[in-house]
Design a protein around this ligand. Sequence first.
Ligand SMILES: O=C(O)C1=C[C@@H](OP(=O)(O)O)[C@@H](O)[C@H](O)C1
Ligand SMILES: C=C(OP(=O)(O)O)C(=O)O
Length: 436
Amino acid sequence: MSGALPSGTGPGEAWDAPVAHRPLDATVSVPGSKSLTNRYLVLAALAAEPVTVTGGLRSRDSDLMIGALRGLGVEVDDAGDEWCVTPGPIRGGAHVDCGLAGTVMRFVPPMVLLADGPVSFDGDEGARVRPMGPLLDALRLLGATVDDDGRGTLPFTVTPPEEVPDVVEVDASSSSQFVTGLLLTAPRLDDGLTVRHTGETLPSLPHIDMTCEALRAAGIRVDQPDERTWIVHPGEIRPGDVRVEPDLSNAGPFMAAALVAGGTVRIPGWPAVTTQPGAYYPELLTRMGAACTLEGDVMTVVGDGTVHGIDADLSPAGEITPTIAALCALADGPSRLTGIGHLRGHETDRLAAIAAEVGRVGGRCVADDDALEFGGIPPAGLTGAAMETYHDHRMATFAAIIGLAVPDLRVVNVGTTAKTMPGFPALWRGMLGLDG
Ligand SMILES: O=C(O)C1=C[C@@H](OP(=O)(O)O)[C@@H](O)[C@H](O)C1
Ligand SMILES: C=C(OP(=O)(O)O)C(=O)O
């Protein structure tokens, strides 16, 4: 049993996903952005002065980042709501646990270029199959010694070089995080760094823009002479005191709920301008049948219980695919989601997982190399089942969305949402007016 955990939320248990019996009328405050929290933590660790981070996400991924930075000799006081990060020389000799966090396994290894000794990295079993090779090759081009026994994955050890060149090529077609990781450390290299992407495709471009914007806001000059080259000039990183935006990707399942259940869901704290991929939700959800309006900083989503199918290229916003996919499974017509081949290297092979789980509840979804095709909801509706989550927080929220419309649906290991949203089960039930 799970001790103090609410029923069905312990490891290996199945949580009863609540059905929406009436239209929603809910305001949901989602926690801070994972991507911004972990970028600000890295930049603060490399900064020229202490940095205060307000509204930082408390979750497994940010705890892992804080643990990694402490191992490298950075002081992080995260006891209160305002975290204080005091940078220091980057120390070698550490072991970094990446868990399943892409941001930790891709943002921290380039920091070792600045360290005074080797640093080893490992993570969850699922992390050992996530793409790392192109970033490790880039670190080798930058003079580091990387011992990965030829696997191109975790676990590996990075030993810093004597000198670091000022140009590097990387194939980031399997993850934009390779580029981001290199850019974040770049201002601290003697001559800065020019990063050139060599691959044919580049997913999640807004996440690279997020990195450039965070660097510029910290006083660093970043030029982008063409769409596959970034030039980071050397300089002192001074982020000032930063405030983290709410995580718009994690707002997505709550916004999607308004379409499935009908009614209104409000998300306060919505930024007027943002590089988060969740910024794509209002347009996508409108095309799927919702009305989305931003008044002040409140995003309001109104639905009437119908969901339309969609044809969408999600390459810039792959992270929001599972949420859109849940809506596609419930839609009144077919859908096609493209530009998402790299999701096979996310927390799990998300294309395979989505196709399998839609099939498990009686829907039709086929995955090919780069896309998902959905048949829409079958005439007899979907059937409740215990949906697997594959250690993937977004597969858990995907199942919960479907559960709003499908009785007797359970979510195996809903606790996996702790990767980026530990309070998910209670927030979800709260949206429905149910006790946590
Ligand atoms: O830089 C980031 O914070 C992220 C970039 C994206 O990675 P990929 O480019 O690997 O999809 C995204 O999917 C991930 O959730 C977060
Ligand atoms: C792909 C994701 O995470 P990560 O940062 O671990 O890559 C995600 O959160 O959807």
